[in-house]
Design a protein around this ligand. Structure first.
Ligand code: MN
Ligand code: MN
Length: 479
């Protein structure tokens, strides 16, 4: 028996040389499995309460305040152990735990985005046609239009009324609420529609949302269905039609986050991109805030907006709010602070750009590079570069920094895998990595594989979510 079990020379060599990406479900200690499940449950709760960037920010703000974080405006003196945050216009958030080492040694950053593809309202959206009332919309981010018809949608956002009052809107999340939908054509009359290519089957301008059909009772009034909707909105929110121009109203799928599969190993939900990495990063930073002793390096967590439309705008990561926050920390913790100190500090800092990537889908295998693609269950994924064509438009991480991250993960027994987007010239995508890289920060894309990305119901693996949380925690704690 013993003879048979002995490895051959080739097997020994293979064990030594070949990088074996094992399935985390098969290698995790059984005692840790309840933690995997517990983390997945907390994440589902987070998703259900935070479907938009504003809701996510509000959710995280509440938790930070509970945990004793203070706003930069009220921070007073800052030193090791200080817990500071800045709320960026209610749509993005940056917070830090000051470490025991001088901040000049650099900081450990994990940054994710909390916006997701969705349907926004236009500024003059409400109209009536043939006895039905609709909202006219402008989609946000990269979507396949046809996926957003004939599913229940909910309405979220804010309206700033004429009188200056800010009203928060959320309709459809409570089980007793009504929901909304974008209509689609019945197959019986769709011969012509089905001849079109998929990008034209439903067009962007056709994504109008059905909001009413009951007329206001008055013989002489015009557009009575529309009028009735305005009446109801006025009763509930005190708003008038003009106020749509000073509103941000977003429609998102009504689905709650659910376990997927007979083995319940996956989570299906709207907005995994990038709320799964945001939640993992947020939870890892909170873990650091509560760990004793506190981390040596200063830990920073960035939850940004507008990634899905190119990271622009003053709540997106191309804006200077992120750098300004670090400048604030530096100026409050250093004697004789100058701007050059900030530049040097940034160049010594390290960041994981926490974002999802396309998981290998065997149904559409031909567009993936199977060897470099990420797979469900194989742990946290490292994406050295995101591409369009010949590596255009991305931040190609330095090999030295890739090795540093790999070694942190290896040292902490955290399983990691490669995470490329697809075969060469099959498409591509970007992340926030390049904006951090522009400031001199070492940065690597690092996140969770997703199936059906950017669809109304995306899927991730629970074990990848948990492994990623562990990976971010190890990175933040690295001295
Ligand atoms: Mn993303
Ligand atoms: Mn995306």
């Amino acid at each position: 028996m013993a003879e048979e079990e002995k490895r051959t020379e080739g097997q020994e060599l293979s064990k030594k040389l070949v990088f074996e990406i094992k399935n985390v479900w098969e290698t995790i200690e059984p005692a840790e499995l309840p933690e995997v499940e517990h983390f997945a449950e907390s994440y589902k709760e987070f998703l259900n309460r935070g479907k938009t960037e504003r809701e996510c920010t509000a959710y995280c703000m509440n938790v930070l305040k509970e945990k004793g974080f203070v706003s930069i405006e009220n921070s007073g003196k800052i030193g090791p152990g200080s817990k500071i945050y800045q709320n960026i216009k209610g749509k993005a958030l940056v917070f830090a735990i000051i470490g025991t080492q001088p901040i000049q040694n650099g900081i450990n950053i994990v940054g994710a985005h909390v916006d997701s593809p969705r349907i926004d309202l236009k500024t003059n959206p409400l109209y009536e046609d043939s006895g039905l009332a609709f909202f006219d919309t402008q989609y946000y981010g990269g979507i396949k239009y046809y996926q957003w018809t004939a599913i229940p949608l909910t309405m979220h956002g804010v309206v700033i009324r004429k009188d200056g009052v800010k009203q928060t809107i959320c309709i459809g999340e409570d089980d007793s609420d009504p929901v909304f939908t974008i209509t689609d054509l019945l197959p019986h009359l769709a011969d012509e529609q089905l001849e079109k290519k998929a990008s034209k089957v439903v067009e962007g301008e056709e994504l109008d949302i059905l909001v009413g059909s009951e007329p206001y009772k008055d013989e002489k009034a015009a557009d009575k269905v529309k009028l009735n909707i305005l009446r109801l909105l006025n009763e509930k929110y005190g708003m008038v039609e003009e106020d749509f121009a000073s509103a941000e109203i977003e429609f998102v799928p009504a689905f709650k986050a659910r376990d997927v599969g007979i083995d319940r190993s996956m989570i299906g939900a709207y907005g995994h991109d990038d709320k799964c990495c945001a939640f993992a990063a947020f939870s890892a930073a909170l873990h650091c805030a509560e760990s004793k002793p506190i981390p040596e390096k200063t830990v920073l967590c960035l939850l940004t907006d507008k990634e899905e439309i190119g990271s622009i705008g003053n709540t997106g990561s191309e804006s200077r709010f992120f750098e300004n926050f670090i400048a604030f920390l530096a100026s409050k913790t250093m004697d004789h602070y100058t701007e050059i100190d900030l530049r040097l500090l940034l160049s010594k800092s390290a960041m994981l750009s926490a974002d999802v990537n396309a998981a290998y889908d065997p149904t559409y295998g031909s567009v993936y590079d199977k060897r470099t693609a990420s797979h469900f269950g194989k742990g946290i994924l490292l994406t050295k570069y995101t591409v369009h064509g010949g590596k255009f438009g991305g931040s190609d991480a330095n090999a030295e920094f890739c090795q540093k991250v790999q070694s942190i993960l290896n040292k902490n027994n955290i399983r990691w895998q490669y995470g490329g987007m697809g075969r060469v010239n099959k498409g591509g995508g970007g992340t926030i990595a390049l904006y951090a890289a522009n400031m001199g920060i070492e940065v690597l894309d690092c996140g969770i594989p997703v199936l059906s990305m950017h669809s109304p119901f995306e899927v991730i693996s629970k074990i990848d979510l948990y492994t990623t949380y562990k990976g971010y925690t190890a990175f933040m704690n690295d001295a």
